[in-house]
Design a protein around this ligand. Structure first.
Ligand SMILES: Nc1ncnc2c1ncn2[C@@H]1O[C@H](COP(=O)(O)OP(=O)(O)O)[C@@H](O)[C@H]1O
Ligand SMILES: [Mg+2]
Length: 633
């Protein structure tokens, strides 16, 4: 079985992991888990460490006391009451130590239970924060998704981190205490025992590595399962799963992907089991050697029979301690590999950390794209090829073109969501690469082609949690401009209504009503650049009319980029740019483009109007056109 997937550097790296590497990593991992705990709850971490130490000391005392209990009991055939009495103090120490250790164990478990979920939440918050710091382009990069999955797994396992570290510390404390006692009995015993624990240790590390690699190898399928799960049960697709009778088709895909994961996991489990079997057998043999050595030592009179009793117990403890360190160490090591993925993701935002300049732009008066070329990582040709364009404040520039011609991509580049591969986009003369990304986006208002229906109140759906100084007055004004005022009037609790029916008190909107909210959202934003990508696709004719007749008013203090297929609507634009396969093939005013009878614009216009039987006379830009008379789709 080969897990190595060519080109996956993480799997190759994991294959190179050795036991020595693990031994070196463990202290570092324990430190990291304590540091994470430290950030969350210092007192709990200190208490946990204190309990562990105390428990180790108690264990040593308990073992020493064993000799004191055994000695008088095996001194002669008949045990006198004096002998019994002399054993009492040791017995008290022994039972006291056992009782106290049990209490400490319970307290430690409770503390871990308190810390673990908090650590996981902290890890998740850090990861979510890092994800918002990645360039949007990261999402088009398959490598990013893999890194996200692995980092997400890191969050999942982070709750085990402290427990594993704690078990290792407990096992170490117990091991050190019993090792001291064992060395006191006879110095040869300890090295022998360490040797005996080695085979099992090596096997555990290999098994941990195999399971980590298998989990990397199945990550794509696990992502697929997650997606299928989402598509099958989410409200947004629930109607289509039913109307398309897709349930068994999707379940089938889920089963197939699940079976692939199981096959890989089974192979890994089988391989681990074989390795553990070899390790276990070698360990068993090694332990037998230790017992033989012990028997020889007793027969040679090197150790007393009472000490043999202590040694017997200490040996059990030492080997349990070693097993614990090795077993939990291997688990911690595996957790550590995921945590590395988590930490790497946070450091580099999945390899796509936003790395632009520090400039903070004002609302732009001129947005200019110069010879920009942009290609999606998975595409075999550029989505935009040598495109130049200018939009000024007070202007409406329309982007027109067939599906896939690059309109959405261009609007995303103008609004600094993507950076061009070649060429530059500048805002008032400054390249957007020099500008702080978040500060730039604060100056942009976008109605994307598919917008989010946030499960928030109507007010928050419009303000996006960023109310202006004018408060609700601004919200209502934006709603009015977008025709969302009627929507809000129909809500049970006005702006306070939660727009999510799946929650109590929530209310659901229709597609067109949501689009009005999305428009209000953009109009409310104090932005210099307004980008509308098919902003009226879901609107009824009256609502659409309202938007387009109001758009010129909105453009007074904004630069507006409008993408639409309904060519009557672009009559309000000052200039129209026609895209075809990522290139600008025509530009001009509405009248100019209509007059060009051989141009694509005119062809699309004729197609759109053919079926109405009436070809309207061109209107000049700015005229109050009735845009919906000729809407065909
Ligand atoms: N995320 C993406 N990854 C890869 N290719 C994409 C992605 N988004 C769009 N494309 C491709 O880029 C081209 C332009 O797409 P887009 O700008 O969305 O076109 P339009 O908005 O004009 O319909 C199309 O060929 C499309 O297939
Ligand atoms: Mg588009």
């Amino acid at each position: 079985m080969k897990f190595v997937i060519p080109g996956d550097r993480r799997i190759e790296a994991a294959n190179a992991i050795t036991t020595r590497a693990m031994a070196r990593r463990l202290p570092q991992l324990i430190r990291r888990s304590l540091a994470l705990g430290w950030q969350v709850d210092r007192a709990a971490v200190i208490a946990l460490l204190g309990f562990q130490l105390f428990s180790g000391v108690l264990e040593a005392f308990g073992l020493m006391a064993t000799t004191g209990v055994i000695k008088p009991l095996i001194a002669s055939q008949h045990i006198s009451s004096d002998q019994l009495r002399s054993a009492v103090p040791s017995l008290v120490v022994l039972s006291g130590a056992i009782g106290l250790r049990a209490l400490l164990g319970i307290a430690s478990t409770a503390l871990s239970a308190r810390l673990a979920p908090r650590i996981a939440r902290e890890a998740e918050l850090k990861l979510l924060d890092a994800a918002t710091k990645a360039e949007l382009a990261a999402y088009d990069n398959p490598g990013y998704n893999d890194r996200w999955d692995a980092a997400d797994r890191g969050v999942e396992v982070s709750r085990d981190l402290l427990t594993q570290a704690q078990y290792i510390l407990a096992a170490s404390a117990s091991l050190i205490a019993s090792a001291c006692v064992l060395t006191a009995v006879h110095p040869i015993l300890l090295p022998l025992l360490v040797l005996a624990a080695l085979p099992k240790g090596l096997a555990s590390v290999r098994a941990a590595r195999i399971s980590y690699i298998a989990s990397l190898a199945t990550s794509k399928d696990r992502r697929l399962l997650g997606m299928l799960r989402w598509y099958m049960v989410d409200k947004q697709t629930a109607d289509q799963v039913r109307s398309g009778t897709m349930a068994s088709f999707l379940l089938g895909k889920y089963r197939t992907a699940g079976a692939r994961i199981d096959a890989t996991t089974d192979q890994a489990t089988w391989r681990s089991a074989r390795i553990s079997l070899v390790g276990g057998a070698a360990g068993g043999l090694a332990h037998a050697v230790v017992w033989v050595a012990l028997a020889l030592l007793v027969s040679a009179g090197q150790i007393s029979v009472a000490a043999l009793g202590t040694a017997f117990l200490a040996l059990g403890r030492v080997s349990a301690g070693l097993d614990g360190i090795v077993g939990y160490g291997a688990q911690l090591f595996r957790t550590g590999m995921y945590l590395d993925d988590w930490a790497d993701f946070i450091d580099e935002a999945g390899g796509h950390r936003i790395d632009r300049g520090p400039g903070t732009p004002a609302a732009p008066t001129l947005v200019r794209a110069e010879n920009i070329t942009f290609q999606y990582p998975s595409a075999d040709r550029p989505a935009l090829d040598d495109v130049s364009l200018e939009v000024r404040r007070g202007e409406v520039v329309a982007l027109v073109g067939e599906n896939g011609s690059g309109k959405t991509t261009l609007s995303k580049i103008l609004s600094a969501l993507y950076l061009p591969d070649r060429g530059a986009v500048s805002w008032d003369g400054t390249d957007i690469r020099q500008l702080d990304a978040h500060a730039t986006w604060a100056r942009v208002a976008v109605v994307p082609q598919s917008y989010a229906n946030w499960p928030l109140s109507a007010r928050e759906n419009i303000t996006l949690g960023q109310a202006t100084g004018e408060g609700d007055a601004a919200v209502l004004a934006a709603a009015h401009a977008a025709g969302a005022d009627e929507v809000i009037e129909g809500l049970r609790s006005g702006l306070n209504t939660l727009l999510a029916k799946e929650w109590w008190g929530g209310q659901e909107l229709s597609g067109g009503q949501w689009q009005r909210i999305a428009l209000a959202r953009a109009f409310h934003r104090p932005a210099g650049l307004l980008v509308l990508d098919e902003p009226t696709a879901a609107l009824d004719p009256r609502a659409e009319h309202r938007i387009f007749t109001g758009l010129r008013r909105l453009a007074v203090d904004r630069a507006v980029v409008l993408v639409t297929h309904r060519l009557t609507n672009v009559a309000i634009a000052d200039r129209i740019v026609v895209l075809n396969k990522g290139r600008v093939i025509q530009h001009g005013t509405f009248a100019e483009l209509l007059a060009d009878h051989d141009g694509l614009f005119r062809e699309l216009w004729d197609l759109q109007n053919e079926r109405t039987g009436q070809v309207p006379t061109p209107t000049s830009p700015g005229d109050d056109v009735a845009p919906n008379q000729h809407v065909l789709f």
